[in-house]
Design a protein around this ligand. Structure first.
Ligand code: HEC
Length: 181
C-alpha cells in the first residue's frame, strides 16, 4: 500500500470514528453525566434499602410487558444533592412458573432488572415531566441499549420506543402508569 492510500484510509477511519462519536453523544441518554447521575441515585437507593438483595420486600403483583411478569413497585423520596426528590423503583421478575408467592418468598431468585424513574429539577425535560429514567441489572450495573448506550437519562426521547414513549401513551398525567393523577 502506498503512503497516500494509507493516509487516506487513516483519515477516513478518523472521520468515521468522529461521526459515530457525535451520533452517540447526540443520544438523549447514556452520556457520562447521565451515568454519573444514575450511579448517585443507585447508591442512595441502596442505602435506604430500595434496591439490592436486602431491599424492603414489598408485595409483588402481576404486571404486563415489557416489565416483568411479576413486579414489585416502591415509591418514595430520596435526598440527592441536598434535595428530596420523588423516585419510583420497579423490580422486574421473570422466570418459568413464577407467581406472586414464589417471588415474595424469593425476592432475588427471579429478579431480572430494576426500572427506575427519578424526578429531576424543573426544566430537565419539561415535555416529559422532568423524569430521569434508568434500567439496572440486579447488581446495580446499568443495562445497555442494543446500540451500546447505557440506559440512563431521557430514554429514548424522540423515538417511538422506550420508557418515555410508552409511558406517554399508557401513563397518567405525570407519566406514572399506576397513578390516576
Ligand atoms: C411498552 C411500554 C413500556 C415501556 C417501554 C416502559 N414501561 Fe414502564 N410501565 C409500563 C406499564 C404498562 C406500567 C404499569 C405496570 C405494568 O402493567 O407493567 C409501567 C410501570 C413502570 C414503573 C412503575 C411506576 C408507574 O409508572 O406506574 C416504573 C418505575 C417504570 N415503568 C419505569 C420504566 C423505565 C425506566 C422504562 C425504560 C427503561 C420503562 N418503564 C419502559 C409500560 C412501559
Amino acid at each position: 500500500m502506498n503512503k497516500l492510500r494509507k493516509i487516506t484510509l487513516a483519515l477516513l477511519g478518523i472521520a468515521v470514528l468522529f461521526m459515530s462519536g457525535t451520533i452517540v453523544s447526540a443520544a438523549p441518554f447514556g452520556s457520562k453525566s447521565d451515568v454519573a447521575t444514575a450511579g448517585k441515585i443507585w447508591n442512595r437507593l441502596a442505602a435506604v434499602l430500595m434496591v439490592g438483595p436486602d431491599r424492603i420486600n414489598v408485595r409483588p403483583f402481576e404486571g404486563t410487558e415489557p416489565h416483568g411478569a411479576i413486579q414489585q413497585v416502591m415509591a418514595s423520596k430520596i435526598m440527592i444533592n441536598g434535595r428530596k426528590r420523588r423516585v419510583i423503583v420497579k423490580a422486574n421478575h421473570l422466570g418459568e412458573g413464577i407467581s406472586v408467592a414464589t417471588v415474595y418468598d424469593n425476592p432475588n431468585k427471579f429478579l431480572k432488572a430494576y426500572t427506575i424513574m427519578f424526578k429531576m429539577k424543573k426544566g430537565y425535560d419539561p415535555a416529559n415531566k422532568d423524569w430521569f429514567w434508568m434500567k439496572f441489572d440486579p447488581k446495580g450495573a446499568l443495562l445497555k441499549h442494543p446500540k451500546g448506550m447505557p440506559l440512563a437519562g431521557k430514554i429514548a426521547k424522540g423515538s417511538e420506543k422506550g420508557c418515555i414513549f410508552c409511558h406517554k401513551a399508557s401513563g397518567g398525567e405525570d407519566l406514572e402508569t399506576l397513578s390516576e393523577k
